[in-house]
Design a protein around this ligand. Structure first.
Ligand SMILES: C[S@@+](CC[C@H](N)C(=O)[O-])C[C@H]1O[C@@H](n2cnc3c(N)ncnc32)[C@H](O)[C@@H]1O
Length: 249
């Protein structure tokens, strides 16, 4: 959805210590930022943050990071976090494409992706947040066996994502083409409430990261290497150099 530009949003958020703009200098330091060693979970494309705020209320023993590329929505997420007195959430303005520069290896425990843009044109599929090239990127900063939960209203994106997850080395442990609104661990997002009010089915996939070979990871992350060569930023090679040997790969 196109949003009206809000020039006041970024200046307002920059006053708040819970907000971070493209925080590449915080890589590997997120537990210090939270001031504890609790696990850190991430929502990619959080919008106005209804979902992650409810999660943070339900699990005060965990830390949460809400991220989106639009300051116009993040500003409302941040206001509500403060109104509700939540201390276990931080808010990041950054593109998903750059998350490997924001988090270090194994820094994130679980990922949530809710109602991401379906990018229906074939030429745009690689922009989907569940495309194997993104799922491979997430591997760089998530723990082994880390869980990723994905919901969408888009049937074609759901069906194709059922193929994307195994391609990128994730085992699907749950999937539904009609997620009940009262599913015990379901928390409705802003978009989900809207789609449910139109009677539309909601699709969900839960997947768990499994080991894959370095060679396969390299293939899936070729796009990162290319953008790295263009910008001169060392990302993927830095990861490889620092990586501890894994006997299974
Ligand atoms: C359709 S909205 C869904 C918002 C919320 N998750 C919900 O379910 O109500 C998708 C959100 O993903 C964000 N988004 C899309 N592509 C992104 C990217 N590459 N990096 C970060 N955020 C992205 C958009 O800015 C938008 O806020």
């Amino acid at each position: 959805m196109r949003m009206r530009h809000k020039p006041w949003a970024l200046p307002e958020m920059l006053q708040d210590p819970k907000f971070y703009l493209e925080p590449y200098d915080k890589q590997n330091k997120w537990q210090l930022e939270f001031g504890n060693d609790a696990p850190i979970d991430l929502e990619i494309g959080c919008g106005k943050g209804d979902f992650i705020r409810e999660l943070a209320h339900r699990h005060p023993e965990r830390n949460y990071i809400a991220m989106d590329l639009k300051n116009e929505v993040l500003v409302y997420a941040l206001r509500k976090i403060n109104e509700e007195g939540l201390t276990n959430i931080r808010v990041l303005s950054v593109k998903a494409e750059e998350l490997d520069r924001v988090f270090g290896e194994g820094e994130i425990d679980q990922i949530y992706i809710n109602f991401a843009n379906p990018w229906p044109k074939a030429g745009h599929h690689k922009r989907r947040l569940t495309h194997p090239r993104f799922l491979a990127l997430y591997r760089l900063f998530t723990k082994d066996q880390s869980r990723l939960e994905f919901k969408t209203d888009d049937e074609e994106l759901y069906v194709t994502s059922l193929e994307y997850f195994p391609e990128a080395g994730y085992e699907m442990v749950y999937h539904s083409d009609n997620l009940p609104a009262d599913h015990p661990d379901n928390i409705q997002t802003e978009y989900e409430s809207k789609f449910r009010s139109f009677g539309m089915p909601i699709y969900r996939i839960d997947a768990v990261k499994q080991p894959i070979t370095e060679e396969r990871l390299g293939e899936l992350l070729e796009w990162k290497l290319k953008s790295q060569q263009k910008t001169g930023r060392a990302v993927w090679t830095t990861y490889r150099k620092n990586r501890k040997p894994n006997p299974e790969t």
